[in-house]
Design a protein around this ligand. Sequence first.
Ligand code: SMO
Length: 732
Amino acid sequence: MNTDPTASSGGIGQPRRRVEDRALLTGRGRFTDDIRIAGCLHAAFVRSPEAHGRIVGIDTAEAAALPGVVRIFTGPDLAGLGRTSVNPLMPELRPLPPQPLAIETVAAVGAPVALVVAETAAAALDAAEAVFVDIEPLAPKPPDGAAAAYRARETWRSKPAGEARNAAARATVSLRQPLLAPAALEPRGLVADAATEPGRLTVWLGSQSPHRAREELAAVLGLDPEAVRVVAPDVGGAFGMKASLYPEDIAVAFAARTLGRCVKWIATRSEDFLAATQGRGQTVEAGLSADSDGWLLHLDASVRAPLGSWMPYSAVVPARNAGRILPGPYRVASVEIEAAGIETNGAAVGIYRGAGRPEAALAMELLIERLAEALDLPPEEVRHRNFVPAGDMPWTTPTGQTLDSGDYRAAYDRATALLRSEPAENDDLLRGSATVAYIEPSGLGWETARLTLGADGTITAATGSTAQGQGRTTAVRQIVGGGLGVDPDTVAVVHGDSRAPATAIGALASRSTPIGGSALVAACRDLRRQAEERLGRPIGGRPDWTAIASQAGDLVADVTYSAEGEAWGYGAVGCAVAIDPETGVPTVERLVWVDDAGTVVNPMLAEGQLLGGIAQGVGEAVLERIVYDADGQLLTGSFMDYGIPRAADMPPVMLERMETPSPANLLGAKGIGEAGAIGAPAAIACAVMAALRPLGVKHLDMPYTPAHIWQAIRDARTDFGAGAGIERESEE
Ligand code: SMO
């Protein structure tokens, strides 16, 4: 019997349908481009055609004379503005905030050089094309950072130093990961209105963090934060790419303020490829040693993370996460890890779904597979031996992280069993399979919630966690419905508005449900306490809030909740791949998945998060790659050139769930939004390498495209032929 009085009302744990979908799927969403303000002007950017160069001159005369042009801004017009900040998460940091419009030099193709404001979007675009920019090219900075200075750096070193000398085996990996485009369905954009309310600035911005955007905009423009309001309307995907303030945001807001008008800018897809933040791109050199029984002794690694030509707020997060998470779910006796962010001539590189977590899982799981081979042990044996035991939680890792709870081995064994349940077919394809494990930290610190009981009994929940398509409104209603003992459908939800709550962090780092959800739980408790205080009696599990409001009046619970620690989601992924040796075409035949996200508010939302992350992880493994040529020109500037996964690329996925509540927050929830993107590349990489290893392929970097695999097979065969003293085929 279910004794939870809130469960029957569709509270926490119920698979409720998303209340957002009717509007979003029938064209009634309200995205930034749908914000129409009478008299609003339109903006277009003139961008650098050079990856690195000195600005000799910008001639705006012809463009300024075109019909409809209101004003053209260049770098010096904005020279007096403040600079955006970089989250100082690494001990060594030399911030590199962006110029809103380039002054004197450009450091990336696509860097904004001038801003045209005109009566229509077409007029702005025409004029932007008529601006003449003279740039003297300079040599691009070395792309691999070998000679470049670090902009950010952190090291994790065990004391005393590791006992690597007892090692029976040591495995190494050398990974070069491509840069990826987060590729949100809705490109970036904003509407900045300085006309409607004199002295005030209202900005509609496709953002994961409107509160941070408000703080940063106010600081940069020199305004009282109270005079700035940032609203994130419907946002069509973000994945980390809409977390930080961009140079374009600053330039458009500045133009609106200067002109006392409303100005709108919506990026084209090509502009997103050129100038939105990119993800991944790390190089990792790592080694892992073990004794003859397979106990892990020492992990050493050097992580090099490209930063691009400027640093957004979360710029150091991918490097820091890759370093601190590298040991994964395993006990490792000692570590020596260094992670550094390197300036490069390209778009800024920032957080992208996983933000260092996928990089860590990929390196560690490949190391384990190789170490097992060197020790002549089955890889699952090595993992079994080294998983942090459930009974040893909370567990402090050698990088100083506290793993909160969970049974890593149970998840792994379940995934292994699921993978074995379907034997592979017997044909001429190369087959490989692997089961890997991953962990997903979901953030530290605080988040806010404001719960209002109106005098008429209506309940309004404002959350600091914003929505970009994850179904936050549905989840918030369930959490508040459960917390107050009311029907979730009666709860009104506000998100994405810097006015309510007054402060917030936003939707990042898998923290929305663990920390943002717990803030709502705390607000529910506070509202109950206030009601009981006013009435002078207990109100029970399912109170009549209308009656309470009529007796007690309206109530407001304004809560800033700080998590006690970090909640770590985790799981295991089994993957089977088949490769056609003649063409190199890989097929991910199946993925079996066991994830533990602690308390799950809505299993359908959780499943959606996993599947979405898996799709992006599959894309990373087999399709996606941003390519700059030697001159720093972007060769993948559209979906004709950049391989985004389509529905047919999605493998069959079997999902199972474990549910170990986290002791780190009130809800017991752990992150799940990034799990798919963390586990899938590692699982596919290990399976592909298992398929190719018998041919002598030692290592292959992602993406595993047919051409890439075919070449590796051919090279391995050629090497084998040469090694065996057989005459090589002619090199046609
Ligand atoms: S990659 Mo996320 O939005 O922290």
